[in-house]
Write a protein that binds this ligand. Structure first.
Ligand code: SAM
Length: 235
């Protein structure tokens, strides 16, 4: 990401805090990602490069590299760094990949994937969060992205097929429209609710036209996916 901040004016204090954040970021990659088995070198480089502090509200920036999700407003969260890395590693991105994220939130995961994939598509249901995404991501030099506001629970059929789809909110089931938008060998990474207080991160791989294999990547904790192919809105 060299030179991506060249357009920003930096005060001495700003440069100092940037240095501190960069050092916390290196520690986060070592202690939270490598130590837990994240191995993809390009992904680790991206996680070292993307400034998570620019995706969290200013009053919470000191917690940017904590091992946890953080609130981003509108009752939503930016995911824990490890969970972002786990999902992106499972998506198996290469520089030719076309990837879709459903539930872009702060845009952090989109920024990470923009380092690894050819093209990143992202949908965010919350209008206020979605509105902030293009300028935040452009400021970081992410040019290979396409953002849409609205319900993404049924995917983005006009842009399909995708080599990978990441759903960043918990779904009630694995939605058929998402499976049909996977390219051959495509991967769907999706947290699925299994009863109260049990969410499993599932990886579904398209082996053939109607042939899919499933792998359980472990327990997770996500906010709900709300929409047509998801949970109904509260109230
Ligand atoms: N990956 C995000 C990040 O890096 O900040 C975190 C995503 S947050 C855990 C989940 C997001 O999913 C919320 O911003 C929420 O508004 C969004 N969401 C929920 N239902 C959705 C839907 N049907 N379509 C698109 N986005 C949805």
């Amino acid at each position: 990401m060299s030179g991506r901040f060249s357009g920003m004016k930096r005060s001495k204090a700003g440069a100092r805090s940037e240095k501190l954040f960069a050092s916390e970021r290196q520690k986060m990659v070592r202690r939270q990602l490598k130590a837990r088995g994240i191995r993809d070198k390009a992904l680790l480089r991206a996680m070292k490069a993307v400034p998570r502090e620019l995706f969290v509200p200013e009053n919470l920036r000191e917690f940017s590299y904590d091992d946890s999700p953080l609130p981003i407003g509108e009752a939503q969260t930016i995911s824990q760094p490890y969970v972002v890395a786990l999902m992106v590693e499972a998506a198996g991105l290469t520089s030719n990949s076309r990837v879709l994220e459903i539930g872009a939130g702060s845009g952090y995961c989109v920024a990470i994937m923009s380092h690894l994939a050819g093209r990143v598509y992202a949908i965010e249901r919350d209008e206020a969060l979605a509105e902030e995404l293009p300028s935040r991501l452009a400021e970081l030099g992410c040019t290979n992205i396409e953002i849409r506001a609205g319900d993404g629970s049924a995917g983005w059929v006009e842009e399909a097929p995708f080599d990978a789809i990441i759903v960043s909110a918990v779904a009630p089931h694995i939605a058929q429209p998402l499976l049909s938008q996977l390219a051959p060998d495509g991967r769907l990474i999706v947290p699925v609710a299994r009863g109260t207080d049990n969410q499993r991160l599932m990886k579904v791989t398209r082996r053939g036209e109607d042939d899919f294999s499933e792998e359980d990547l472990g327990g997770v904790h996500f906010v709900p996916l709300i929409g047509e192919e998801a949970f109904a809105p509260a109230g």
